[in-house]
Design a protein around this ligand. Sequence first.
Ligand code: ZN
Ligand code: ZN
Length: 294
Amino acid sequence: MEIAFVIITILVITVFLYFVFRGKNNKWKIPKEAFPTRWRIILSQEVAFYNALSAEEKKRFEFKIQEFLLNCKITGIETQVNITDKLLVASSAIIPIFAFDNWRYSNIYEVLVYPSAFNEKFETNGSDKFIAGMVGTGYMEGKMILSKQALQHGFKNESDKNNTAIHEFVHLIDKSDGATDGIPSLLLEKQYAIPWIDLINKKIDEVYEGKTDINPYGGTNRAEFFSVVSEYFFERPKLLADKHTELYKLLEEIFDQDMKSKKLRKHNVEIGRNTPCPCGSGKKFKHCCGKTQT
Ligand SMILES: [Zn+2]
Ligand SMILES: [Zn+2]
C-alpha cells in the first residue's frame, strides 16, 4: 500500500515538473492581433535596425516584438514606461537574435525600468549610482533592470557604440547555456569556439594596454567583453569591420547577421499621408498601413 502511494506521488511530481518546465521553456504565447500601425511608426522613427530591414523582414521583426511583449512584462519603478520605451526594450531583445527564428528567451519574464542609473542596493538617489542595467541573479533571477535614461540614450545616440539594453540582452543570451562567460554556446558553432576565446583574450590585452577604441569596461572579463563588443557590432558595424576585422567576422558568425551592409538610419521625417509607408511596402502611407489607422 505504502509503495503504491510513493509511486503515485513520484508520478504526480514528475508530471507536474514536466508541465512547469515545458511551460517555462517553450510555451510562449503567440500574438494573434495585427501589429498596431502606431507601433510601426514608432519603430521606424526610433529603431535604425528596423528601418534597415526588407518589408518581409520587418514583418518578422514586428511579430517577434509583439511576441516578446506578450510574454515578458515591462514594469516602470518610480517612473512611467510608455509604449515607445516598451518597444525599445523589445527591440533590444530581438535585434541580437533576429537571425534565430526559433529563439525564445526562457530566462526572463520581467524587465524593471528605473528612472536613471542605480547603485548596488538598487537606489537611484545616491552619489554612488553607476549601474545602467543588470541581469538579475538569485532572488532576482528571471528579471532584468534597465535605467530608462540609458535605454533611451542607446537608441537616440547612434554613434557612441553604446546600447545598454542590447548589452544586457546579450548577457541573457550568453547565460542561456548555463554560464555567463562570453561564450554563447547556443549561437556559436563549435569550430569557432577556440578562435573566439583566443581572440577575446588578445583583445582584452589590447584594452589593458589602452590601444583600442573598445569601451574599457570590456576589459572587466570575457562576459563583459562580449556584451560591450556586441553593442559596437549592432550600432557601428562598418566602423567595427574597419578597425577590428577579425572581431567583426566572428561576431557576424555568432549573430548570423551581415550588419555592415545594412543601411542603419531612422526615419527622421514625420510620417504623413503621402510619405512612404514605414512597413516598407513602397506604397504611400495613406494607401497602405495608414488606411487602417484609427
Ligand atoms: Zn555587462
Ligand atoms: Zn504599410
